[in-house]
Design a binder for this molecule. Structure first.
Ligand code: GLU
Length: 473
């Protein structure tokens, strides 16, 4: 039973809890994916919570972007923005009243106290501790102020944060889903802020409280939060709330070993989407980034969930490699159904192309396309002017000779498909294999490589095949 709501949760839940302070980057997308898969694997709920208590850094356009990116990746949440289930609201900025109740509860217990230290005073204390070779932690300046003194300062309007009084001499232990047994000493943790001076809840507090209030039972999150966990466990314990099981996943590093960021090129989901990456490719790649799996195929989300195992999450940092993403992209593109391929390549297609030809064209060039821009050259080749030959192409066409092309052009004029055209050229010249096909390919496309010719010719404008062949007859 959950003590915050008095409600018993029939099912466990995982969650993704982004702060809308920037675009969804690949690291966070992977965190969202892993939580989504963990939920689907265990038939649990996947909760999306927007952590926007820091008004100065949160932007609504980032929230809009996050929701859009998650939709695009297919990571549909069971509860969250736009999907209320009675445990929301799912924007932390709308939960201030719930936090306020809990602050009062902690104040009554004496588990917290107001801290009047200014940013400068805190910085001076940290500096002195570092200079003395000690790890910086709050020195406890306001911990034992008298009740009168507190009242006086508060009455005088002195700004105050609310600090959690960390109990002395305790061991805080938990088993991390990735890192195993963890043990922290409370004496190493300074009293920490749970309410900012402007009255808003600080991360440690709202994040832990909401997990409990929303029935979250398992949390996969970035390794940078591992040392926050003991603080959050202390808060939950003080409030008598259940703690989720935490798993802290490794960072994603760029090829140079630094955490993946803008300077490595594209790092946000939006950028990959705009470059034409398929969502199936992105999730399949992220699934293998820091998670070992014997599943080597391109899998749908439910199959990924079935294959997901938190025990296979690595402790070592994962290295982002765009070439690997490209491999998954190829798998994803080659599996596209004809209409889906047409929709994907639509921005590259000439205006006014009829849907039937557009679909057939996309199906024809798909084996040679990784990103949509790769289709552009084939649009020009098929629908643009006849390619001018030079170099190897010109030589091969000349060697094949005019009778070869006259026969081929005649077959095309009679409406023959590529097999008929090739048969006619073969009969006229006695050529076969590469000797037969390469001159034809060069004459028709200007290139010595490319997609299969038969489907390509079927979408060329009427008469174009004959015209291109007849040039060399
Ligand atoms: N809002 C926090 C972040 O984006 C969430 C951390 C967590 O998952 O607990 O880092």
């Amino acid at each position: 039973m959950d003590r915050t709501t008095g409600r018993t949760f029939a099912r466990g839940a995982t969650r993704f809890a982004p702060s809308p302070t920037g675009e969804l980057h690949l690291g966070n997308a992977r965190t969202a994916l892993f939580n989504f898969l963990l939920a689907r694997r265990g038939a649990e709920r996947f909760v999306l919570r927007i952590e926007d208590t820091d008004a100065s850094r949160s932007r609504s356009e980032h929230t809009v972007g996050l929701l859009h990116d998650l939709h695009w990746l297919g990571l549909q949440w069971d509860a969250g923005p736009g999907r209320e289930d009675g445990l929301g609201p799912y924007y932390q900025s709308q939960r201030a009243a719930l936090y306020a109740q809990r602050f009062v509860e902690l104040e009554r217990q004496g588990a917290v106290y107001p801290c009047f230290c200014s940013a400068v005073e805190l910085e001076v204390a940290r500096h002195a501790q570092r200079a003395a070779g000690r790890a910086p932690r709050y020195p406890g300046t306001c911990r034992d102020l008298s009740a009168d003194e507190r009242r006086r300062r508060l009455g005088a309007g002195q700004p105050a944060t609310l600090r959690f009084r960390v109990p002395a001499g305790q061991h805080i232990e938990f088993t991390d889903l990735v890192h195993g047994a963890q043990r922290f000493l409370s004496d190493d943790i300074g009293d920490f802020v749970i309410r900012r001076a402007d009255g808003s809840a600080a991360f440690f507090f709202s994040n832990a409280l909401d997990d409990a209030a929303m029935g979250v039972t398992q949390v996969l999150r970035g390794e940078d939060h591992l040392t926050n966990t003991p603080r959050q466990l202390l808060i939950l314990e003080a409030l008598g709330l259940p703690a989720p099981r935490y798993g802290h996943i490794s960072l994603i590093l760029g090829p140079d070993g630094a955490p993946l960021s803008k300077r490595h090129g594209a790092a946000s989901v939006r950028e990959f989407r705009e470059r034409g990456y398929r969502p199936e490719a992105v999730v399949n790649y992220l699934f293998r980034l820091g998670h070992s799996s014997s599943a080597h195929d391109l899998l749908g989300l439910q199959a990924l969930a079935d294959a997901f195992d938190p025990q296979h999450l690595g402790r070592a940092p994962a290295h982002f490699d765009e070439q690997q993403l490209t491999v998954w992209q190829k798998h994803a593109v080659h599996r596209l159904a004809p209409e889906a391929a047409r929709d994907w390549l639509a921005p590259q297609l000439p205006n006014g192309l009829d849907p039937h030809t557009a679909t057939a064209f996309c199906a024809a060039v798909l084996p040679n396309v990784v990103l949509p821009e790769d289709a552009r050259a084939w649009v020009d080749i098929v629908f643009g002017p006849a390619p001018v030959l030079a170099g190897e192409g010109a030589d091969l066409v000349r060697e094949a000779g005019s009778e070869f092309f006259a026969a081929a052009a005649r077959a095309a004029a009679d409406g023959g498909d590529f097999a008929v055209i090739a048969a006619a050229a073969r009969l006229a010249s006695g050529r076969k294999g590469a000797q037969l096909f390469r001159p034809l390919r060069f004459a028709l496309t200007g290139l010595g490589h490319g997609p299969e010719l038969a489907p390509l010719l079927r979408v060329m404008p009427p008469g174009e095949t004959e015209r291109r062949l007849a040039r060399f007859a």
